[in-house]
Design a protein around this ligand. Structure first.
Ligand code: ADP
Ligand code: ASP
Ligand code: MG
Length: 426
């Protein structure tokens, strides 16, 4: 008998019928002799709709109120799932983040978990209930509701798994595991049987939405095994865990893409000592998270400095630069919102020369222009035009020998749907 946390994402609980199916699956796990705790996301697109409602009444809603509002989405699905379980003759009890003992700091909208007290969940398990926990939320020291950032139910699941010392944290979604690239963009993507925490962390950080980065960070820190699998089939998914033997051999584990960033260029910057420091100190001071930075060679004493940042930080970046640009006597600011970051990820890259050369040649031959480059020992990222991102992912996937013979049959997305999916983070 194992102790299992089963987390179901928005698509898996999008309708009453799907909630009933989740209830059936949880009961089946229990009948197999396991003890189960469920963690749920809000139904379907509920969180996006709540964000839209807030924007309709206030273009800049207070973050405390936002968290109050967004946390309701998960509270609807937790109650409905508990009711659906009870309807099948099993006992269930739902818990908000607070009731599940998830205490966070007070950074509204992207709070960090500071402690987990799972006593109530363990008591409910002992009493024979299936506990159902609302994902994505916690409580700060003032007793205010906080949320853990978009996709944060994954983090709740891992935290609960750690809190109750579960054997595995199963994360169910609309794909049957972690693939070598988003299978909806790259049909020949290969399902991975296992992936190391380090590789998964890098994939998530580079935009692979299948697991939230903070969930992987938490899992790595506390050694929680994640099993990413499908809510719609019984197929084995992907285990995310320490020390995966096969990973040593692969140079590239996967390719991730991210369309949630924008590119900002400050043109005509006087090429003088301390200017970059002024620009980036001011941006940091206004909580703009800069990612890739490119400074062009100087032409007659002037240069261009570009950086990428999350689309959500753009308003603050613009505001900052409107103050700094006159101060440093730069010419103008250019914004390019139609960009995507495509990243090759793999711990095997560390010891393999020639990855960059092969990647650049592949993109060049496919007519894909590289707008910026950044590297780490286990990641190579390029910025390309958003319209070419899907093609860049596919070309690199083939060039690095990652293609599977199988084709991801299920719901191949149209070009428009791919674009919509790719813009999800905005
Ligand atoms: P949930 O709503 O259940 O949390 P998500 O939408 O967050 O599910 O994550 C599942 C989606 O992640 C898939 O539909 C898929 O398009 C996308 N995805 C991105 N990169 C990958 C990858 N490398 N492997 C599998 N899925 C991926
Ligand atoms: N409902 C939240 C979101 O849409 C959290 C989650 O789904 O994990 O981001
Ligand atoms: Mg998710």
């Amino acid at each position: 008998m194992s102790l299992i946390v089963c987390k179901f994402g928005g698509t898996s609980v999008a309708s009453p019928e799907r909630i009933r199916n989740v209830a059936k699956r949880l009961i089946r796990r229990k009948q197999e002799g396991h003890q189960v705790v469920a963690v749920v996301s809000a139904m379907g697109k509920t969180t996006d709709e709540l964000v839209g409602l807030a924007a309709a009444v206030n273009p800049n809603p207070p973050t405390r109120e936002m968290d109050r509002l967004l946390s309701t989405g998960e509270q609807v699905s937790m109650s409905l799932l508990a009711m659906a379980i009870e309807a099948r003759g099993y006992s269930a009890m739902s818990f908000t983040g607070r009731q599940a003992g998830i205490v966070t700091d007070n950074t509204h909208n992207k709070a960090k978990i500071v402690s987990v007290d799972s006593k109530r969940i363990l008591d409910a398990l002992d009493a024979g209930y299936i506990p159902v926990v609302a994902g994505f939320q916690g409580i700060d020291a003032n007793g205010d509701i906080t949320t853990l950032g978009r996709g944060g139910s994954d983090t709740t699941a891992v935290a609960v798994a750690w809190g109750i010392n579960a054997d595995v944290c199963e994360i169910y979604s609309d794909v049957d595991g972690v693939y070598s690239a988003d299978p909806r963009v790259c049909p020949h993507a290969r399902k991975l049987d296992e992936i190391s925490y380090d590789d998964m962390l890098e994939m998530s950080a580079a935009g692979s939405g299948v697991l939230q980065m903070r969930a992987v960070e938490f899992a790595r820190k506390f050694n929680v095994v994640i099993h990413s699998r499908s809510a719609f089939s019984d197929a084995e998914g992907t285990y995310v865990k320490e020390g995966c033997d096969m990973m040593e051999e692969a140079v590239i584990t996967g390719i991730a893409h991210d369309t949630s960033e924008v590119k900002v260029t400050v043109r005509g910057v006087p090429d003088a000592t301390g200017v970059a420091a002024k620009v980036f100190s001011a941006l940091a001071g206004n909580a703009v998270n800069t990612d890739m930075i490119i400074q062009n060679i100087s032409d007659e004493g002037f240069t261009d400095i570009s950086f990428t940042c999350p689309a959500g930080d753009l308003a603050r970046a613009k505001e900052t630069l409107s103050r700094v640009v006159p101060e440093i006597k730069a010419r103008e600011v250019d914004i390019d919102e139609s960009i995507a970051k495509v990243s090759l990820v793999g711990t095997g890259m560390k010891s393999t020369p020639g990855v960059a050369a092969r990647a650049f040649t592949t993109l060049g031959e496919a007519g894909i222009n590289i707008l910026a480059i950044s590297t780490s020992p286990i990641r190579l990222s390029v910025v390309v035009d958003a319209g070419q991102a899907a093609e860049a992912v596919r070309q690199l996937h083939t060039a690095f020998g990652l293609d599977s013979e199988d084709v991801f049959e299920e719901t191949q997305l149209s070009a428009e749907e791919i674009a919509a999916k790719m813009n999800k983070g905005r």
